[in-house]
Write a protein that binds this ligand. Sequence first.
Ligand SMILES: Cc1cc2nc3c(=O)[nH]c(=O)nc-3n(C[C@H](O)[C@H](O)[C@H](O)COP(=O)(O)OP(=O)(O)OC[C@H]3O[C@@H](n4cnc5c(N)ncnc54)[C@H](O)[C@@H]3O)c2cc1C
Length: 397
Amino acid sequence: MDLEFSPADIAFREEARAFIAENYPAHLRAKADEGEELAKEDFLAWHRILAEKGWVAPAWPTQYGGPGWTTTQRYIWSEELARADTIPIMPFGINMVGPVIYTFGTAEQKARFLPRILSGDDWWCQGYSEPGAGSDLASLRTRAVRDGDHYIVNGQKTWTTLAQHADWGFFLVRTDPDAKQQEGISFLLIDMKTPGITVRPIITLGGEHEVNEVWLEDVRVPVENRIYEENKGWTCAKFLLAHERTGIAGVARSKRGVERIKTIARAEMDGDRPLIANAFFKRKIAELEMDLTALEFTELRTLASEAAGRGPGPESSLLKIKGTEIQQRLTELALEAVGHYGAPYFRGFPTGDNATPIGPDYAHRAAPTYFNGRKTSIYGGSNEIQRNIIAKMVLGL
Ligand SMILES: Cc1cc2nc3c(=O)[nH]c(=O)nc-3n(C[C@H](O)[C@H](O)[C@H](O)COP(=O)(O)OP(=O)(O)OC[C@H]3O[C@@H](n4cnc5c(N)ncnc54)[C@H](O)[C@@H]3O)c2cc1C
């Protein structure tokens, strides 16, 4: 694996950096700095700018609208986004259902859905988990019964991220209750405006409305909205999860997070010296940086094998575990660094509240970000489940 960037890669990095500097909306930076909850339009603003440039879906093949970047260019791009601290592009369309559609979908499905995913016209949500089916996803019970050229869907999904904004959802449903668990599941695309769908908020520890329950009651879904064969949806589901897990590692963003903690630790005092001079704190930062560097090289190895035509395999579980553990340690360290200033803050300080928050601005984000970060070792398949996958598929135990 060659870790030196070529002159062409360096030129690409300059181009990417300049594009972000010139085009990333200032109001998004201000909102993120203030720790304000981002609205649908905020996410879409950046999405649309990238879509117009043709850069919103770095991993997509060119025939479907990808930019045709090499693996190294994609890596550079993610580094530059993290360096500039941009808000993320929602993964449900671009990273999840898009690749499923262009890999398993029919020509009509590709023509119908892919352009609107790219443009941001359709916002997607992921309907996999159910109250009794999270880690044991294959035991899902949402039922789809064939009725002519429709399925009638009944059941409940949960933890559905940002479904309150969604135009479409991709759902795993049971189409054959008598088959072996994995063999009776189908992958359906459902218009979220279809009668019979109810989205109910779940408010999380950080005070945010990020996840939902989705109830489906006699929801009529055209058979043409099924991806791949009936009862073969598990193949699409697994393919999608491997892509989801690689993306979750978030190495570039964590590097930026380390820099942020160093900035805080330089400003915060520990007695009469900056916190960064405290040997215990310094050691924690150093350990994080070492683990992050090791993870970065593991990710680069995965990218190199992808570049050689091998898709993300079970080793993406390793990236998910280490990546999310590092993200959580970052939020813990940030909270430790701001100390008691972290205590009184909530994301989105109530509008009209005239109490002036005490403490420095960077303290606003520490507590809600810490609470929000607990999710990372759970979603995308919990880290315990990833360890099971590694034991079985990588170590052959
Ligand atoms: C913030 C957030 C957003 C999410 N967004 C979405 C979304 O958009 N769409 C979606 O479909 N889902 C989403 N999820 C759901 C997520 O995928 C599940 O929470 C996850 O798969 C775990 O399932 P569970 O919550 O049912 O926990 P359970 O499966 O009940 O697990 C409970 C605990 O037991 C452990 N455990 C379970 N089985 C085993 C085992 N065999 N070996 C060892 N340990 C085990 C787990 O690791 C966990 O610690 C989201 C979750 C969160 C927290």
